[in-house]
Design a protein around this ligand. Structure first.
Ligand code: ATP
Ligand code: MG
Length: 781
C-alpha cells in the first residue's frame, strides 16, 4: 500500500519528527524560543488526523491566546493542504471552558441565602461572563454591605486576592489556614458571598470558567469519563504559563489515556503574576510517568545577533533549566539601541523609521507594515504611538487589549444586549436603567433594589413590580415602564429569530441611547456615534447576540480584517508565541521596564520575570530588532524622568549597534537641539543618523548624553516646562507665509496664513490646522 503523502512532515528536524510521531503517551517538549515547538505541535495534530488516530472533535488543543488559536488553525490548513473542518476544541483554556460550562452549567448548584431562607440555585447555561469592571462593582457592593471602609480595603485588592485563590483552584471551602487573614480577616467570607451573588446573578467571572469545570469533573464521574473518552489526544502550547487550576484541569482530563503533549520554555514564563507556575513543567515528569522529554535546539526564527542579544539578557537569570540555541541563519543586522528625549520623540522616530523601512532603507528590501511590530511593556505606552500614527496617517492595529470594547458607549450598548440575552443580569440593568437619563435617580434605583430583594427576583423583575404597583410613579415610572416593555419586546424578537444586527440597531434607537449621543454637543459625541456604528458592524461576524457577547467577553485581541497593511502595536505579554521580521521595543527604562514594582520587591523573582519578558520581546524579531528608551515620559499626565533600563547594560556589546539619537550632539534638547534634529532629519532623515554610528560607551560618555542624564535625574517635570524647551522665542516673530515649520505632534508643514498669534499651517500629513506660533519651530526649506 502506498504511503499517504505527509507534507506536514517535510523539513522537520529529527527531534521535531520524534515529537510529531510519538503519538501515544505523555510527551513534553521543552525548548527555547523559535525552535519550532508550535510548528511541531501543529504538525502533530495534522499527523493525528492524517493517520486516522482521531477525528477533529476528539483533539483538545490549548493555546494561550485567541490569536494563537486562529494562527494554529490556519497553519494546520496549510499543512494539510485543505481547510480543516471541525476542531471545535482548539482554543484558549477560557474559550474551551466556556463551551464545556454551557453544556453542564446546571451541575453547578449551591444553597444560597436569599430572602431570609436558603434556596438551591443552579447556574444556567445562558450565564453572563463578567468583565473586570462588573466584578469590581459587585465587590464594592459587598464590601459596603459588610460595613468595611473601602478606602482602606479597596475592591481591587479583594479582586486580586480572589483571583489568586481561583488561580490555585481554591473554592471558599478550600482556602488554606495561612491565607485566612487576607483582607483584614474578612476575605474568605466575602469570597463566599461573592460566589453566592454570582450564582444568583447567573454570572461567572473569568476564574470561574475553569473552576466550575474542575468542580463538575471532580464531582461527576460520568461526565469525567465521558470527556476522557471524548478528548483522546490533548495538546498544550505555552505550557510554562499554566497555573495550578489549569494544570489540575489538564490532569483530570488526561488522567485516563495520558495522551498529552505539552510544549513550553521555562525562559518564557511571564505570567507568574497571574499565578502561572513554571514548576508545572518540572512536575510533568513525575505526574506523567514515563513521559518522553524532547529538546529542540535549532532556532529557525532569528538571526545570530538577535539570538545573541536575547541569550545575553536571559543569562542574568538564575535557576534556569538552561538550553543551547543555535541557528543557521546569516548574521544579519545587530540589535539597534537608541535613546530619545521623551516618549513623543520616541514615537515620532519609530513612525519615521517604519515609513523608511516601508520604502526600503540602507540597501534593505522594503518591508510591509504587516512585518513590523511595536511591543510595549505597559498598555499606557500605546497612546503616544496611536496619537503619532493617527497624525501621520500610518495604518496601525492594536492587539492584546479589548480597547474598543472598554469604551463607555460600547459598554453601555453591550449592557443593553446583555440584558436582552440574560434578563437576570442585574449589573447590566444597573448600568443602563438611567442611561440615557430617564429621571430614575438613586432613590428610584434603591426602590427597585428593595423590591427585587424582597421578592427574591432580578432587578428587571423588581422594576416590573415597581411599575405595576406604581411604587415608582410619575415621569420616572412611565420611563421605567417603557424600558421594561422595550426589553420584553426585544427579547421576544430575539427568541423569534429576528436578525440580530437589525435587532441591535433597534435596541439602540428605541432605548433612546443613539439619540442621547446625537443630542450631546460635546466634542467626543460624534466619535462615540461612530463607535456605536462600528459595534453594530462587528455583529456581522456572529450568528446571534449571545455568540457575540461571548466573543467580546473572551476577546484578547481587537480583530481587524486583513485589508491594508498595518503596523502592529501590542504588549509584550500578548506577543508571546508570535514573530515579526521587524520589532521595535520602546520604553526600556528602569521603572517602566523592568517595572517599578519588580524593582521594589525584595527578592529577584519579579525582576527575573521581567528579564524573561525582555527575552520574549527580543526573540519575537526575525531580522531587525530596535530597542529604545526615553529620558522623559508622561505617565498618567505627569512627567517623569528615567534612566535607561538595566537590561540595556546586559545586552552583549558584540550584538548591539548604538544609534545616535537625533539632537544628542545638537547642543542639547532646547530649541537649537530640536532645530538640529530637524536639520538632520531633513538632510537625509533616518539614514544620516544611522551613518553617524558611535559605540555605546561613546554615547554614554558624550557631553550630550551627560546633559541628558543631568536633565533626566531631575525628579518631575511639568508638561509645560518640557514643551517650553522646544520653543525658540526668537523664531516666533520670524514666521511668515510660506515658511516651513515643524510641530512636535503634527510634523512638518507650510505656513499658509497668519491671524494674530495664530498661524494657519498646512501640515504635510495632518492637514491644515491653526496653531499658536510658539508651538512651532522653523524648519529648513
Ligand atoms: P516560541 O517559543 O516563540 O513560541 P516556537 O518554538 O513555538 O517559538 P515556532 O513558532 O513553532 O517556534 O517556529 C518559529 C519559526 O521557525 C516559524 O516561522 C516556523 O515556521 C519556523 N520553523 C520551525 N521549524 C522549522 C523547520 N524544521 N524548518 C524550517 N523552519 C521551521
Ligand atoms: Mg510557540
Amino acid at each position: 500500500m502506498a504511503a499517504r503523502p505527509m507534507p506536514y512532515l517535510e523539513g522537520l528536524n529529527p527531534a521535531q519528527m520524534q515529537a510529531v510521531q510519538t503519538l501515544d503517551g505523555p510527551v513534553l517538549m521543552l525548548a527555547g524560543a523559535g525552535t519550532g515547538k508550535t510548528r511541531a505541535l501543529t504538525a502533530r495534530i495534522a499527523h493525528l488526523l492524517a493517520q486516522g488516530k482521531a477525528r477533529p472533535n476528539e483533539i483538545l488543543a490549548v493555546t494561550f491566546t485567541n490569536k494563537a488559536a486562529r494562527e494554529m488553525r490556519e497553519r494546520l490548513g496549510r499543512m494539510m493542504g485543505e481547510a480543516v473542518e471541525g476542531m471545535p476544541w482548539l482554543g484558549t483554556f477560557h474559550a474551551i471552558c466556556v463551551k464545556l460550562l454551557r453544556r453542564h452549567a446546571e451541575l453547578i448548584a449551591r444553597q444560597v441565602p436569599q430572602g431570609g431562607e436558603l434556596r438551591e440555585i443552579h447556574l444556567k447555561s445562558n450565564f453572563t461572563i463578567l468583565d473586570t469592571d462588573d466584578q469590581l462593582r459587585l465587590l464594592k457592593q459587598l464590601i459596603q454591605a459588610a460595613g468595611i471602609d473601602e478606602k482602606r480595603w479597596p475592591p481591587r485588592q479583594l479582586a486580586g486576592i480572589i483571583d489568586h485563590w481561583k488561580n490555585r483552584a481554591w473554592t471558599p471551602d478550600k482556602i488554606p489556614a495561612h491565607e485566612a487573614q487576607a483582607f483584614d480577616g474578612k476575605g474568605v467570607a466575602l469570597y463566599r458571598e461573592y460566589q453566592d451573588r454570582l450564582l444568583v446573578l447567573n454570572a461567572c467571572d473569568f476564574g470561574d470558567l475553569l473552576l466550575h469545570v474542575i468542580d463538575i469533573l471532580q464531582a461527576n464521574d460520568d461526565v469525567l469519563a465521558q470527556y476522557r473518552r471524548w478528548f483522546r489526544y490533548i495538546l498544550v502550547d505555552e505550557y510554562q504559563d499554566t497555573n495550578v487550576a489549569q494544570y489540575l484541569w489538564l490532569r483530570l482530563l488526561a488522567g485516563g489515556h495520558k495522551n498529552i503533549c505539552c510544549v513550553g520554555d521555562d525562559d518564557q514564563s511571564i505570567y507568574g503574576w497571574r499565578g502561572a507556575e513554571v514548576g508545572n513543567i518540572l512536575r510533568f515528569e513525575t505526574d506523567f510517568e514515563g513521559a518522553e522529554v524532547i529538546r529542540l535546539e535549532q532556532n529557525y526564527r532569528s538571526t545570530p545577533h538577535i539570538l545573541g542579544a536575547a541569550s545575553g539578557v536571559i543569562a542574568g537569570n538564575k535557576g534556569r533549566l538552561g538550553k543551547t540555541l543555535w541557528t543557521e541563519a546569516e548574521e544579519g543586522e545587530k540589535v539597534r539601541l537608541i535613546g530619545h528625549w521623551d516618549g513623543d520623540e520616541e514615537a515620532r522616530w519609530i513612525g519615521e523609521e517604519a515609513e523608511a523601512m516601508q520604502r526600503g532603507t540602507r540597501g534593505l528590501d522594503p518591508y510591509s507594515l504587516d512585518d513590523m511590530a511595536i511591543l510595549v511593556r505597559a498598555a499606557h505606552q500605546m497612546r503616544a504611538f496611536e496619537d503619532r500614527f493617527l497624525t501621520i496617517g500610518l495604518p496601525y492595529r492594536v492587539i492584546g487589549g479589548p480597547r474598543f470594547y472598554e469604551r463607555l458607549e460600547i459598554r453601555d450598548a453591550m449592557a443593553y444586549f446583555r440584558l436582552v440575552v440574560s434578563p437576570e443580569d442585574d449589573l447590566a440593568f444597573e448600568r443602563i436603567v438611567n442611561t440615557p437619563k430617564r429621571g430614575l435617580g438613586d432613590k428610584a434605583q434603591q426602590t427597585i433594589q428593595v423590591m427585587a430583594r424582597a421578592n427574591g427576583v432580578s432587578l428587571l423583575e423588581g422594576a416590573r413590580l415597581c411599575v405595576r404597583s406604581k411604587t415608582i410613579g410619575g415621569k420616572g415610572g412611565k420611563a421605567l415602564g417603557e424600558l421594561v416593555d422595550g426589553l420584553d419586546r426585544w427579547r421576544a424578537e430575539m427568541l423569534d429569530g429576528r436578525d440580530h444586527i437589525r435587532l441591535a440597531e433597534e435596541i439602540l434607537d428605541e432605548s433612546g441611547y443613539t439619540a442621547f449621543w446625537q443630542n450631546e454637543k460635546t466634542p467626543e459625541a460624534p466619535g462615540r456615534l461612530e463607535n456605536l456604528k462600528e459595534l453594530v458592524k462587528a455583529l456581522e461576524g456572529f450568528e446571534n447576540l449571545q455568540g457575540f457577547l461571548e466573543h467580546v467577553a473572551l476577546i484578547m485581541d481587537n480583530e481587524t480584517q486583513a485589508e491594508e497593511p498595518k503596523i502592529t502595536l501590542m504588549t509584550l505579554h500578548a506577543a508571546k508565541g508570535l514573530e515579526f521580521p521587524v520589532v521595535f521595543l520602546p520604553g526600556w527604562e528602569d521603572g517602566l521596564f523592568p517595572s517599578q514594582r519588580s524593582m521594589d520587591e525584595s527578592g529577584v523573582k519579579g525582576l527575573e520575570e521581567e528579564r524573561r519578558l525582555a527575552y520574549v520581546g527580543i526573540t519575537r524579531a526575525e531580522e531587525l530588532c530596535t530597542i529604545s528608551f526615553a529620558a522623559n515620559r508622561r505617565v498618567y499626565g505627569q512627567w517623569q524622568s528615567a534612566l535607561p533600563s538595566r537590561f540595556i547594560d546586559e545586552l552583549p556589546e558584540a550584538h548591539v549597534e548604538v544609534l545616535t539619537p537625533p539632537g544628542l550632539y545638537g547642543g542639547g534638547f532646547g530649541a537649537t537641539g530640536m532645530a538640529a534634529a530637524q536639520q538632520s532629519a531633513m538632510s537625509g532623515g533616518v539614514e544620516s543618523n544611522l551613518q553617524d554610528k558611535a559605540s555605546k560607551a561613546d554615547v554614554y560618555n558624550s557631553p550630550g548624553w551627560r546633559r541628558l542624564q543631568a536633565n533626566a535625574s531631575r525628579p518631575i517635570r511639568q508638561p509645560t516646562e518640557a514643551k517650553n524647551l522646544t520653543i525658540d522665542a526668537s523664531a516666533v516673530s520670524a514666521f511668515g507665509e510660506g515658511d516651513r515649520v515643524f510641530h512636535t505632534k503634527f510634523g512638518y508643514g507650510d505656513v499658509t496664513g497668519i491671524e494674530g498669534d495664530k498661524l494657519e499651517v498646512a501640515f504635510d500629513k495632518a492637514g491644515t490646522k491653526k496653531i499658536v506660533g510658539r508651538f512651532l519651530v522653523p524648519a529648513a526649506q
